[in-house]
Design a protein around this ligand. Structure first.
Ligand code: 5GP
Ligand code: MG
Length: 181
């Protein structure tokens, strides 16, 4: 696998992300909501660099791939109360943007005092929505990446670096499988 971002590069990017978040909120209490499962590594790394009073919750999104592509469900059971709070939504990657757009819409309906979003990665030229996250650590080319939380068929999340999965390594048989994003 080709390494796109090594451990040092990821660490520098996450430090910069944390710096910007600290600068934006300063001492204001913040509620962070991570999108499971891809954001777990970023979430663990970034929250330890934040200096304001912090609450951490998660939502889980999942979608069906193959012929059912596009049906997104959002599980908010572990989200925390966000009404009248400053909220920062954190995900691994902004690809088409559809997932984050749906989560943002759902969260906005719950009346946060403010809502911003942060991602580790933004894929160039893939967006189907007219907005971008407020904080982006890296813009990357349009390749399928794994590691640092991101999976292929639920594997590779534990890689400490970010790697490109070559087309030959991606199974061509597209079965109807439920994938936890
Ligand atoms: P979107 O709704 O923005 O198209 O997709 C967002 C979700 O798709 C991400 O949270 C992630 O789970 C998954 N995804 C998009 N691109 C990639 C990729 O290159 N690698 C992996 N592992 N997941 C991706
Ligand atoms: Mg995801």
């Amino acid at each position: 696998m080709k390494i796109l971002l090594d451990e040092n590069q990821l660490n520098a990017g996450v430090n910069q992300l944390a710096l910007e978040i600290n600068k934006t909120y300063r001492d204001r209490p913040l509620t962070i909501i991570g999108v499971l499962t891809g954001s777990v590594v970023l979430l663990a790394d970034v929250i330890r660099k934040l200096e304001m009073p912090l609450r951490v919750g998660v939502v889980q999104t999942s979608s069906y791939e193959g012929s059912q592509r596009g049906a997104l469900t959002i599980n908010t059971q572990m989200m925390l109360d966000i009404s009248d709070r400053d909220v920062l939504l954190i995900d691994d990657i902004f690809d088409t943007g559809n997932t984050m757009s749906e989560v943002v819409e759902l969260m906005n309906a719950l009346g946060p005092a403010s809502l911003k979003s942060a991602v580790l990665l933004c894929k160039t030229g893939r967006q189907k929505v007219d907005w971008r996250p407020d904080f982006i650590a890296f813009d990357i080319p349009d390749e399928f990446v794994v590691g640092y939380g991101l999976d292929y068929n639920d594997e590779y999340r534990n890689l400490p670096y970010l790697a490109c999965l070559e087309p030959s390594e991606i199974s061509s048989t597209s079965e109807i499988t439920e994938s936890s994003k």
